[in-house]
Design a protein around this ligand. Structure first.
Ligand code: B12
Ligand code: SF4
Length: 500
């Protein structure tokens, strides 16, 4: 059988960012796993992956395939539906299959779609391709839904098919530079049930790959000249001993990778972060979500503000690691006061980069069910393409309107990023050891020292210095983008005026 896996071009998902550019492109990882299993289960099949993020799709060439499959997240839904429409327009006989997080949550029959596989797709997709071969690619009258069977022993899944994609297309911001990078996943599942997350409604059984298997995949990365990656485990540091052992192996093998990961505050300890830094960790993302303990309890974060503060203090001692903390505005029962508590909590932590998302009730979460019932939060639209967390809002809470939530996101950006200490840290990073740059930035930094707030009247001057230090270095511009946007907001300057 000839099988094609297609990843949509999802740049449109990011349209609502002011700057309409993406700073990174991740590989179509789920599809690379599907292809890996298919090759193992059915070595005689021909399988290809086309990634519209890297290369425009050529629908005429699709005629050569028996099966075309695609999938993705909720805001990608319309893009995927359009792919299936065009596939069927090209040739109705091609069998279409969808999967991934959105279709798992909303497996509704759809025109142009023959099959949906929910959950982890590897084994069931290969099985379906086998059945299609046996029955001569017979298509069902109406979309048929198949429940995916997860693979228990993750070591049985071959490494994702990096040979089927153009690895040079994929990048990640590491050490302030956009670099060639890939994704790695050492475990599946998460024992927590934060109500806004996929895991709250569709928990995956927690499974770990053996360290030998993970290290084997890392050795394999040399073939593709890949030196950087993002671990996409839900919580990379879930089991401290295992994480320490993995880092020890990475150090012993002398891999010299630079990598990023997601974690939870309650899994952080000094010795662990030290080991991670030694093994090449250069970015740590912590989901803080809220600065109000009652809200943290409502969303089932299962964490205290104290734990978050302690973890932030620990990671602040590791200068090589970029700390990303993320917050959400628009939780169920959120009020102006609780949202401001979140903003002030973020400001009080010793972190210099914070990201504020607007709560979005993805249909794969318990939050969606609460929002449908109006439990402290309500859904305003089910137009899935609007389900993005930046600059758009599809909800209101009992106390906050949609517009107030959008405004609060801007307030958060402005309040956090224009703190003099945050501005100074970013200026210092741009200056580095360069004496000339230091001299140029010194007057502005001196003016900010000791202040609680950046005076709006100083914004133009700071932006001038920032722009000069950044010059035409796109990496530096991306890295400092939130700071630039926040300063523009504070100074009442349209971002577009800066020519970005
Ligand atoms: C890395 C990541 C990102 C990266 C890159 C994603 C990418 N590769 O394009 C970034 C940061 C850009 C990102 C952005 C967003 N993300 Co994200 N992301 C993830 C994360 C952490 C890992 C994804 C991954 O590689 N998983 C590993 C692979 C193996 O799993 P998988 O992709 O799910 O694939 C398996 C199955 O889904 C299925 N499958 C997948 N595709 C297909 C196709 C077919 C045909 C079949 C049969 C089966 C199938 O089989 C695969 C193998 O088992 C997941 C959480 C998670 N742990 O999975 C969230 C997750 C996918 N993201 C999510 C969300 C909400 C978003 C955003 C919408 C958030 C936003 N900013 O607005 C955006 C959307 C961007 C987009 N392009 O769609 C949600 C999706 C929920 C939903 N209902 O859609 C998740 C599940 C997080 C969560 N826990 O809720 N994300
Ligand atoms: S948000 Fe993170 S900790 Fe919470 S359930 Fe999802 S993956 Fe687990």
């Amino acid at each position: 059988m000839n099988v094609l896996l297609v990843r949509p071009s999802n740049i449109e998902v990011y349209d609502l960012f002011k700057l309409k550019t993406r700073e990174r492109v991740e590989p179509p990882f789920g599809m690379m796993y599907l292809a890996a299993w298919l090759r193992k289960a059915r070595p005689d099949d021909k399988v290809e992956i086309w990634d519209a993020e890297c290369k425009e799709l050529d629908y005429r060439k699709m005629k050569q395939f028996d099966v075309v499959a695609s999938g993705g997240t909720t805001p990608e839904y319309d893009l995927i539906a359009e792919i299936f429409r065009k596939v069927k327009e090209t040739d109705r006989e091609i069998v279409t299959v969808a999967g991934g997080p959105h279709y798992s949550a909303v497996p509704h029959p759809t025109p142009n779609l023959d099959y949906i596989i929910t959950g982890e797709g590897e084994a069931s997709f290969a099985e379906l391709v086998g059945e299609l071969e046996t029955n001569g690619s017979k298509r069902p009258e109406k979309t048929e839904v198949i429940k995916g069977k997860p693979v228990d022993n993750l070591d049985e899944i071959p490494f994702p098919t990096r040979d089927l994609v153009d690895n040079d297309c994929y990048t990640y911001m590491i050490e302030g530079k956009l670099q060639k990078a890939t994704l790695m996943m050492t475990s599946r599942g998460c024992p927590y049930k934060c109500i806004f997350c996929h895991n709250s409604k569709f928990p995956r059984k927690l499974r770990f790959r053996s360290l030998e298997n993970v290290v084997g995949e890392m050795r394999d990365l040399a073939k593709y000249k890949i030196k950087n990656f993002l671990f996409v485990d839900d919580t990379f540091t879930l089991h401290k001993k295992r994480t320490m052992e993995l880092c020890d192996r990475m150090i012993k093998e002398d891999f010299n990778f630079r990598w990023a990961c997601f974690t939870r505050a309650d899994t952080i300890s000094r010795d662990l972060v030290q080991k991670m830094e030694d093994a090449g960790c250069r970015e740590l993302s912590i989901g803080v979500e809220s600065g109000n303990q009652e809200i943290l309890d409502i969303i089932c974060k299962d964490e205290t503000k104290e734990q978050i503060r302690k973890a932030s203090e620990i990671v602040s001692k590791f200068p090589k690691i970029d700390k990303r903390s993320s917050y959400i505005i628009g939780h169920p029962y959120e009020t102006m006061e609780t949202a401001m508590e979140t903003i002030n909590f973020a400001k009080s932590l010793p972190v210099d980069r914070a990201f504020f998302n607007i709560m979005t009730p993805y249909p794969s979460s318990v939050l969606y069910d609460m929002a449908k019932k109006g439990q402290g939060i309500r859904i305003l639209t089910e137009n899935w393409s609007e389900y993005k967390r930046f600059g758009n809002c599809v909800i209101e809470t009992d106390e906050l309107s949609r517009d107030q939530i959008i405004e609060l996101q801007k307030t958060a950006l402005k309040e956090f990023w224009t703190q003099p200490r945050v501005v100074i840290t970013h200026l210092e990073r741009l200056v580095g050891d360069d004496a000339k740059k230091k001299q140029h930035a010194k007057p502005v930094m001196d003016e900010l020292h000791g202040l609680d707030r950046t005076p709006p009247g100083k914004v133009k001057g700071i932006l001038g210095v920032l722009n000069r230090l950044i010059g035409d270095d796109e990496n530096k511009r991306f890295y400092n983008r939130p700071l630039i946007e926040a300063l523009c907001l504070l100074g009442g300057i349209p971002v577009e005026e800066l020519g970005q």
